[in-house]
Design a protein around this ligand. Structure first.
Ligand code: SF4
Length: 371
């Protein structure tokens, strides 16, 4: 039996047939799930996917929502550019394709946030078109199956893997293209896992070159290590006498783009800048609380966050300000446009994961009070 036949036979018995994006398996459902599944595991994605579909059941609803609403439903999944791109792509589908998801490879690839493998997964699963996928799971399986040396993120190695993925596709019956695509993902996620692959149960074990060489652990070649820099920032939990917290939207592009966040300043040596900042509040400071630091890792650096909670007592200066209006006068150097939120309301917004964690802590306990 061919690779495809053995994989499909295994899939029929052991594959995942009850994923929420298979019911129904439309391009919209496959697309949203594929974007969520980039960098995120199935079990984590399912509740987010279900909430997202409840609120945005079709492309039109997604296109007409605000970015804030979309990001609020993305909050916690991380890699927020995915949510922003999804929203923008829905608007483009409405503008360019009358709200119908395109069935043409180049038209799909032209949408923001959709790469070659995602476009192929949509075409194969929703439209039964013969396109090979090459996501992280498939890269791992094929690196091992063909014992391909070299980090799969490297252009030359990736090219080699694409060639193999496309060659294998030739033996797939057209009626099984959607299942074959899912079967590859399932094999990588359930048997040919990163650590401790279960080769004894694998349907393609007999031809797997890494297994034959007793060298499964050597494939795929890991990414060459580089040391990530660590940045440090002070996050200001400004609270007014009503207990509300000040949040402001971040710029649309860049880290946490478009999400609400706390005002932030780079952490200065020996706290100098922080105390300079505090002077801006002058006599308005009622209490100052230092919260435990948090570490958050991005793909290209680590961020150490030092939260400081400053409660202000000046009733005259706590009038709520609407987004895009001027900041309150005492904090011009620190805050941009934003407004006061009740803590419970703040938690309904699209927030970066560590900022959400800080705000959740506000409901629970106290840290070290400085003044
Ligand atoms: S035999 Fe092992 S290493 Fe080879 S494809 Fe199967 S699970 Fe992966």
């Amino acid at each position: 039996m061919s690779f495809a036949q053995r994989l499909l036979t295994w899939f029929d018995e052991h594959g995942r047939h009850d994923l929420p994006w298979h019911q129904p398996r439309t391009a919209y459902h496959v697309w949203v799930s594929e974007i969520m599944l980039q960098q995120t595991q199935v079990q984590t994605v399912i509740p987010y996917y279900q909430r997202f579909m409840q609120r945005f059941p079709d492309i039109q609803t997604l296109a007409s929502a605000t970015q804030d609403e979309v990001l609020a439903h993305w909050s916690g999944l991380g890699y927020y550019a995915r949510g922003r791109n999804l929203h923008q792509a829905a608007q483009l589908i409405v503008a360019r394709h009358q709200g119908q998801f395109p069935q043409d490879y180049d038209a799909i690839l032209a949408l923001p946030g959709i790469g070659r493998s995602t476009a192929a997964a949509i075409l194969a699963q929703a439209f039964a078109q013969p396109y090979a996928i090459l996501d992280g799971n498939v890269k791992r399986v094929l690196s091992r199956y063909y014992a391909i040396e070299g980090w799969p993120g490297e252009k030359k190695i990736e090219q080699q893997l694409w060639q193999q993925a496309e060659a294998l596709l030739a033996a797939v019956p057209s009626s099984r293209l959607a299942d074959y695509t899912q079967a590859q993902m399932d094999l990588g996620a359930t048997l040919c896992t990163r650590s401790k692959p279960r080769c004894g149960q694998c349907p393609i074990q007999q031809d797997c070159q890494a297994w034959q060489m007793s060298a499964v652990h050597r494939f795929p070649t890991p990414k060459p290590k580089k040391t990530l820099a660590t940045k440090q920032a002070c996050c200001w939990i400004l609270r007014n006498s009503l207990g509300q917290v000040w949040l402001q939207p971040r710029p649309a592009s860049g880290i946490w783009g478009g999400l609400y966040s706390l005002p932030e300043t780079p952490l200065a040596q020996a706290g100098g800048l922080e105390f300079d900042m505090l002077e801006k509040f002058e006599s308005s400071v009622q209490s100052l609380i230092e919260w435990p630091s948090l570490k958050h890792s991005f793909s290209h650096y680590h961020l150490m966050i030092y939260p400081l909670e400053v409660t202000l007592n000046d009733q005259a200066r706590i009038a709520p300000v609407q987004v895009n209006e001027a900041p309150p006068p005492y904090a011009e150097a620190l805050v941009t446009s934003g407004r006061w939120f009740d803590v419970a309301e703040a938690l309904t917004l699209g927030l970066p994961a560590p900022i959400r964690q800080i705000i959740e802590q506000l409901q629970v306990g106290k840290a070290e009070q400085l003044i």
